[in-house]
Design a protein around this ligand. Sequence first.
Ligand SMILES: Cc1ncc(COP(=O)(O)O)c(C=O)c1O
Length: 433
Amino acid sequence: MSGLWDSWLRERAALRAERGTERFDPVLRLGGRGAATRDALDLASNDYLGLSRDDRVVAAAHDALDRYGASATASRLVTGTLPVHRDLEAALCRLTGHPSALAFSTGYAANLGVLTALSGRGSEILLDAHAHASLHDAARMSRVAHATFAHNDPSDLDRELGARPGRRVVVAVESIYSVLGDAAPLPALLEVCRRHDALLVVDEAHGIGVAGEGRGLVHELGLVGADDLVVTLTLSKALGSQGGAVLGSTTVRNHLVNTARPFIFDTGLAPAAAAAAAAAADVVLDDPSLAATVRANARVIATVCGIAQAAGAVQSLPMPSPDAAVAACLDLRAQGVLVGCFRPPSVPDGVSRLRVTARADLTGDDLLQAARLVARAARAHAERGDDEAVEGPRAGDAPSPVRGLPTVAAVEGAQDPASSSPLTQIPPHDTDG
Ligand SMILES: Cc1ncc(COP(=O)(O)O)c(C=O)c1O
């Protein structure tokens, strides 16, 4: 590498180190299913319903691998559309109630596809200020004027739309926001959009599988079928797979097939991922108790941690500083509990938080013990106010393993070798050794 590039890369790395914003991608989950799992106390992932390891979902993926091989082998418009993509799109329509679905290779690509394809010359995009990075990136990629309106504020949206008379405006929001965990006032937002002839795009990444008996918040609120509303999904959270989708009218689907570059110029979703997501969608539809369980588990976490329950699976515990949040995360990891960490610049309001994900497949004592450990670690590091509680790397959502961390007091029984709790089976997740 030339001196120019080497010195630039070193400079950027030094700046990240100085600001404490370095990110790492440590291996924290070692695999294994069922009783042998070592990931039983993973409260950091997005596998809200535990479907990524569900027998029916895994079997469907195996079957698709046997039938179609490992890859779609081409973009969807060439030879990459397989029966399994049609099956997936039909399953997503059954689950959400929308007439039409188009699968993308990720939820990120679905958001890029929908906003770029629905905007275009003479249009503008308005985003909720807390909208996911993929929606912001989509707005940039659309190369049209874009702006934000105040989070979950229909009056501000009304003002912003009123300032754009005669414009064709796409408004993009999430149904449930992952950081603050609040739900969008979708009926009020849709009503405002209608008055201004705007199109509302709702990202149900955190709503599907959790709200509306698993069918999403749009379904729960009776908004399915509106032709001025388009929904996007990720298949990689509650549906336990990988991929994304856009749901809406057949007209919108046809438009995307013809104009959405992240659909046209991208290899089709891998068959195993498509089949797994289709099976997961059917499981969610057939068993509304899964969504009820994840919400009940979220209530346990919120209650034990003394916070208001968020609308989705992710519960957020505010921390006084990024360092305190990272220290609490690392401390919990040393005790065998994985939680995530929200820190600036990835938080819309600048408040660092522990990100604790409820899962439908983690219940009883394990859930209670894990929630107690989280509450104690959060309290201990918040009270300590230790800006430098941990030496070593500080990461974004997933701090890197650090040896020899101090631990807060363990919950009674958590260290009991006779206990069958996974808490006693999981060593500190130190992948260095
Ligand atoms: C709101 C939201 N939209 C889109 C995405 C992207 O989904 P995917 O991971 O499938 O690309 C995410 C993932 O974190 C998300 O939280």
